[in-house]
Design a protein around this ligand. Sequence first.
Ligand code: NAP
Length: 537
Amino acid sequence: MAKGNGESAAEEFDAIVVGAGFAGMYMLHRLRGLGMRTVVLEAGGDVGGTWYWNRYPGARCDVESVQYSYQFDAALQQEWTWTERYAGQPEILAYANHVADRFDLRRDIRFGTRVATAVFDEAEARWELETGAGERFRARWCVMALGCLSAANLPDFEGRESFEGPTYHTGRWPHGGVDLAGKRVAVIGTGSSAIQSIPVLAREARHLTVFQRTANYSIPAHNRPLEPEFVAEVKARYPELRARARTMPSGIDLDYRPLSALATPEDERRTEFERRWAHGGLSFLGCFSDLLFEEDANRTAADFVRAKIAGIVDDPETARLLAPTNIIGCKRLCVDTGYYATFNRPNVELVDVSERPIEAIAPGGVRAHGREWPADAIVFATGFDAMTGALERIDIRGAGGRRLRDAWAEGPRTYLGLTVAGFPNLFTVTGPGSPSVLTNMLPSIEQHVDWIADCLAAMRDRGARRMEAEPEAQDAWVEHASETASLSLRSTCSSWYIGANVPGKPRVFMPYIGGLPAYIEKCDAVAAAGYGGFRIE
Ligand code: NAP
């Protein structure tokens, strides 16, 4: 179709979803169920989102596989069988593909389609989205399902472009894999992605130099193949297990104990830490309820992990540098397979850049401490412009042409992490202001998608053409979220939760920390009250 002025006409839909990760896929399924004509626009070449892009060696989810999966369809839940306690990226991507096939999702997804602008047309109360290639799509409703950790953060090191070898970002790993055998490899960063990839890279590379700005706490994964009997038991009890997970603050069925670390005698405390360390994974921080609220309590867990690191790493100076000094759990806790022990290998070297930052990237390596560390390849494990980055990289303009970037100049403001005042008919799945990254993403995604789908069904029944969060409701939610965050030690360090990893980003604790159960209750109450806090036309 072509308009008289030579510009191609926009394609019309009831709803547009941006992103075909787990959020966009399920959103499409629900909107189809409502009979809405829906298109999904996806920049990547296939489904999977995070798991499509993050193909770095060792990539694995640190939520147990039987929990990191959809629960909306009982048959799907029964027919898919996870093979490992923590699924690796290829298996999770295979699962995403299975879901796409099973529900025939691809016919409504446009791959290789990166949205550049999204503009609200006030007269028509419709969104118009345009890609860099000039394709245009219009719909009454628009759902941004962009992922919380999808906009790569690539620090602007001086001389970055001068490097003569290949460079890779963990979140944009080449699909064909990378052969680093016999190479000298520099890794910049020691967050979750680095901690997973370093042990694997160290086995492959001739020499590995790790540049660490902040040491991180990591708990062993003790990953293993799943026993068929365990899988059968989980499948038999899925409804009960899923329901129990929804009562947990993180939406993960973990062993949370309502006991104070400080009130527990030292030997008992130590026994419990040992038990958790031997069990492995994120449940480590669930052993005492005051670990993320009281510094003295936190120190008991931090000291325990620091002692473990000292016991694993042979060289005392390397062990000292690897031992984190900050609050445990303030930055996202990592889960690893052999991370600290990797530094005992003769081909692995740690360069501490906490006090003297990386000076530059040179043609032949990385400059730090006044010298050059030679490298044939550089891996940037430098994370993401989290939660807001993917939204702000699209030029989103709401009522009155107001840009989202301007509305969020002082940090993101949302009503429930689902909608933004001034941006009618627009939804964000697991947006800032929702529990999102502090929880198991799959159930949080499903809760948001269900809420949005139910809301759109209600809007249709009411004949509504425009729905928008009231600024007062948004202000109240932002204030509540910020007050809640201030109670937790998690808001006290330079983490990506507060945007500290991206120079110039406003420092605001972005996810909602009040726990999934309280959050779901609030969302349900808003819906039950006929969408309280929204102006509906
Ligand atoms: P990240 O946690 O933000 O880590 C980035 C690393 O790069 C940090 O060590 C950071 O140091 C360093 N860095 C950034 N800019 C730097 C600079 N200019 N100079 C030197 N170092 C610099 O990113 P990520 O490891 O990709 O993980 C992000 C999140 O994704 C995780 O927290 C987790 O939520 C999720 N994730 C999960 C899994 C899993 O399920 N197992 C795996 C990977 C990622 P600073 O700490 O000093 O900023």
